[in-house]
Design a protein around this ligand. Structure first.
Ligand code: F6R
Length: 633
């Protein structure tokens, strides 16, 4: 038996999902607290904010309430706080910690410490020295809970931080600011600086557990775990810590060598998926079409056992080539009266009922506009279900333009319904005086929602579907007026179940975007999965296939794609026109992120990219392609 080769320089555990993983971490913390209590000693914990530790805190609260876990003897120090920052602001880490943990457990107020964002700049150095002195006096951390930034930061120790850095005021890196923009309602509103615990004190902790969830963390995790130690990725310093564990979900682990190219690490089971993954990887890595790969290529790239299984490269090549070929279809709803043995979709029934779930009002056209159009043109009964209003992504001046239009219109034609006019006038007044930290009043949210609804209707008209086939669910989890949403609730799931029951579809398309585990797309997908689980015993569901598309940001890996729908240059252009119907999302959006391209550009580049990869693997050259993965329930 060959020895497994490890590329990992930090112990790492991969869980199926962040829920299970968080519970395991919370249980470790609880065990530590109980042990320390028995010894009559306090437990000194280091804590982080952000999305990563939230479920750990939830489990600790549950254990406090249901199992009597006491925090009376726990002393905590948080990593960081923005500067300047008032403790009761919605973005404050003091507020975060109170809401997520401290207000729900029995920790004495004097036992938790969070850097003070209200200090004047002059007072910060002294505060930092004092913060470290307190930690030292208590003997350092028993346990430190960390997250990791997309740029590899720990705490707000941004790229460039040295291993012995002290607690200090730090200028935030652009990636950190982009990620925080979501909480602050725009990049320009994010504070430039934050007070952060230095790496030195973190490294002195007896135990460190770092959490990472979601595809967007995969890159920094892989670099931290497998890359050389460098100040460019401060988390790489943890390689030198004797007792650190990385806890990951599957998506955050996806770029580790043992997941990405497992045949390089250990012997693998060569099933269809593994063969597809390995051969497409080899072909793209060598820049050679699949049909040109040789036995030497397989032997030299850790795939000699696959080669000996097949005997010759040609047999593997042809098999993978056929898999890829069979995933391509211009008939996403199935080709009527054709042999469908090797087609991604069934030929029967020739006319299918289709639901496209669109988390926001433009995901349908951005992510699968070409397929949407084909489904309609090929005679299927296509329904689009817009899951949320998307209102927070409408800029204030856009809403003001519409509100003023209604007010002016009513005045001009004296056609006012007094109540409606009053509401619109209020909205105009509010928008003209709106402060950065203010949440939209309900009337403004309504106007913003209507703007996006109008745009979605416009796209549906453009594609050609009937007016009554566009459904707007306004899922309640989304309607908080801020970027942070409520957890998914029964009402959300019920809405999805109702529409599925009504349409009884043969095909469901849904956004399978897992990049941000707390983002709208993921919640929308969870609601669909749950609704389908509950409905799967229904007779019509036995004939329902679910296809997942990816959102605006990413594409499926080539080996995962089970249906690729090609587009001609004309179809690409038509899709662009469909995306243009979403005027409020053009010319820079409220939450632009780091990618300054507009949505139509991202969509085109990605669809062209998929076509180019197929071509590089040796398949026909198309202008662009949309890609789907089937979810079997
Ligand atoms: C939080 C902190 C940061 C976060 C990191 C990940 O106190 O210091 O280092 O841990 O940015 O953030 P999330 O968990 O929101 O992805």
């Amino acid at each position: 038996m060959e020895q497994a080769i490890s590329f990992e320089r930090i112990p790492t555990r991969i869980f199926d999902d962040s829920e299970q993983a968080s519970k395991a971490v919370a249980h470790e913390i609880a065990a530590l607290i109980r042990e320390k209590n028995k010894e009559g000693k306090p437990t000194i914990l280091g804590l982080a904010t952000g999305s990563s530790p939230k479920k750990v805190y939830q489990e600790l609260i549950r254990m406090h309430k249901e199992e009597g876990l006491s925090f009376k003897n726990v002393i905590t120090f948080n990593l960081d706080e923005y500067h300047p920052m008032e403790p009761d602001s919605i973005q404050s880490y003091v507020r975060f910690m109170r809401e997520q943990l401290f207000d729900h457990i029995d920790i004495p107020v004097t036992n938790y410490h969070i850097p003070d964002g209200t200090l004047t700049i002059e007072k910060i150095p002294e505060f930092c020295r004092d913060y470290e002195a307190k930690i030292e006096k208590l003997g350092g951390f028993d346990f430190y809970l960390l997250g990791i930034g997309r740029n590899g930061h720990i705490g707000f120790n941004e790229p460039g931080s040295v291993i012995n850095s002290k607690t200090r005021l730090m200028t935030l890196d652009i990636t950190t600011k982009i990620d925080a923009a979501i909480d602050f309602g725009g990049l320009e509103k994010v504070p430039k600086r934050a007070i952060t615990l230095g790496i030195d004190k973190i490294m002195q902790a007896k135990r460190i557990v770092l959490l990472a969830w979601g595809e967007h963390k995969a890159q920094s995790v892989a670099k931290a775990v497998e890359g050389p130690i460098t100040s460019d990725i401060p988390a790489t310093y943890l390689q030198q810590h004797p007792n650190t564990l990385f806890i990951l979900d599957e998506t955050a682990a996806s770029l580790l060598t043992r997941i990405k190219t497992p045949w390089l690490v250990d012997s693998v089971t060569w099933d269809r998926n593994m063969i597809k993954k390995a051969v497409t990887h080899l072909s793209l890595h060598l820049g050679k079409p699949v049909l040109k790969l040789t036995s030497k290529d397989y032997n030299e790239h850790g795939m000699s056992d696959l080669l000996s299984l097949y005997g010759q490269a040609y047999d593997i090549n042809i098999e993978v080539f056929n898999y890829l070929q069979h995933s391509i279809t211009g008939w996403p709803g199935g080709k009527p009266n054709a042999d469908d043995t090797h087609r991604p979709e069934r030929a029967f029934p020739a006319k299918k009922k289709v639901i496209i779930f669109s988390p926001h009002p433009d995901d349908d056209i951005i992510s699968m506009g070409g397929t949407f159009q084909r489904l309609h043109d090929q005679g299927h009964d296509v329904h689009v279900v817009y899951q949320t209003s998307g209102n927070i992504a409408v800029a204030d001046d856009e809403a003001l333009r519409f509100a003023e239009f209604v007010v002016d219109f009513n005045e001009k034609f004296e056609s006012s319904n007094a109540k409606a006019n009053k509401i619109y006038k209020e909205a105009v007044k509010f928008l003209k005086n709106k402060k950065d930290s203010e949440l939209d009043i309900p009337a403004v949210r309504e106007i913003k929602g209507l703007i996006r609804q109008g745009e979605a209707k416009n796209t549906c008209r453009f594609v050609g579907i009937k007016k009554e086939n566009a459904h707007f669910l306004h899922m309640p989890f989304y309607e908080t007026g801020t970027i942070r949403k409520k957890p998914i609730g029964e009402a959300d799931i019920q809405l999805i179940m109702d529409i599925i029951e009504e349409v009884q579809p043969h095909q469901i398309y849904a956004a399978g975007d897992l990049a941000d585990p707390h983002g709208t797309h993921k919640v929308c997908l969870d609601a669909i999965f749950e609704a389908i689980q509950r409905l799967k015993h229904r007779e019509y569901m036995k004939n329902c296939w679910v296809w997942l598309y990816k959102g605006a940001w990413a594409e499926w890996d080539i080996d995962q794609i089970e249906m690729a729908v090609p587009m001609s240059p004309d179809q690409v252009f038509k899709k662009r026109m469909g995306i243009f119907k979403h005027q409020s999302q053009k010319d820079g959006v409220v939450f632009q992120g780091e990618d300054s391209r507009e949505f139509w550009q991202r969509a085109e580049e990605r669809n062209r990219g998929t076509a180019q990869i197929y071509n590089a693997l040796g398949l026909a050259e198309y202008e662009a392609m949309e890609a789907f993965v089937r979810w079997k329930f």
